[in-house]
Ligand binder design. Structure first.
Ligand code: TYD
Length: 210
């Protein structure tokens, strides 16, 4: 049995990833692919416990390195318990955020730089996404789409931090344009969906012919 495709979604907070992930799952189903949707931080019972600690608004004193290590710990468990076994069984896995989030939010946002990549290489090993959809939205607009009372610890960070995260994402696209597909998330849900599905179609066709 061939290995499943590993698809990740990335983008600033409020970029509409969740809606598009559901749409992509429907599209894949229509084309005969069973997809498992999962998310980070979280995705496993241990990961969900770590998620609560990371996003808790009361944990204001959390050190940036602690934060980066907790995201990576959640990811290591996710890869070993869920993502890798599912891909090996031939399932398509769609993950809401993955390693690029840590590079953008902790590497650029918290200014931890390359150490974040090193920590994450240990966490994920060779389990890297085949394709990443980066939903590009101005961080001001993204933040304004989330209700104030629903903002988590990271989302409550100052605008300056979110601008750094955005810059980080743009750098990632420059470095890896083959894998990371940048989609303008300012358009309608329908337009964004059409663009993602058209990229997916090309990718599936390529996979069949290889
Ligand atoms: P979540 O509620 O999943 O946000 P969203 O729905 O916008 O994806 O919360 C995840 C938050 O954690 C989000 O602000 C991004 C941040 N994050 C990191 O800082 N580093 C990471 O590695 C990951 C996966 C998320």
């Amino acid at each position: 049995m061939s290995k499943g495709l590993f698809i990740t979604f990335e983008g600033p907070d409020g970029s509409g990833k969740t809606t598009q992930i559901q749409e992509l799952k429907k599209y894949l189903k229509k084309n005969g692919y069973d997809a498992i949707i999962t998310r980070e931080p979280g995705g496993t019972p241990i990961g969900e416990k770590i998620r609560k600690i990371i996003l808790d608004k009361e944990n204001q004193e959390m050190d940036s390195i602690t934060e980066a290590l907790l995201y990576a710990a959640s990811r290591a468990q996710h890869v070993s318990q869920l993502i890798r076994p599912a891909l090996n069984k031939g399932y398509t896995v769609i993950c809401d955020r993955f390693m690029d989030s840590s590079i953008a939010y902790q590497g650029y946002g918290r200014k931890l730089g390359d150490s974040v990549r090193i920590i994450n290489e240990i966490a994920v090993g060779d389990c890297l996404p085949d394709v990443t959809f980066l939903l590009k939205i101005d961080p001001h607009i993204g933040k304004s789409r989330i209700k104030m009372e629903n903002l988590d610890r990271l989302e409550l960070e100052a605008m300056e931090y979110h601008n750094e995260v955005y810059k980080g994402y743009m750098e990632l696209v420059k470095k890896d344009p083959e894998r990371i597909i940048c989609i303008d998330a300012g358009g309608s849900i329908e337009d964004i969906k059409t663009e993602i599905c058209s990229h997916m179609e090309k990718l599936l066709r390529k996979q069949i012919t290889e």
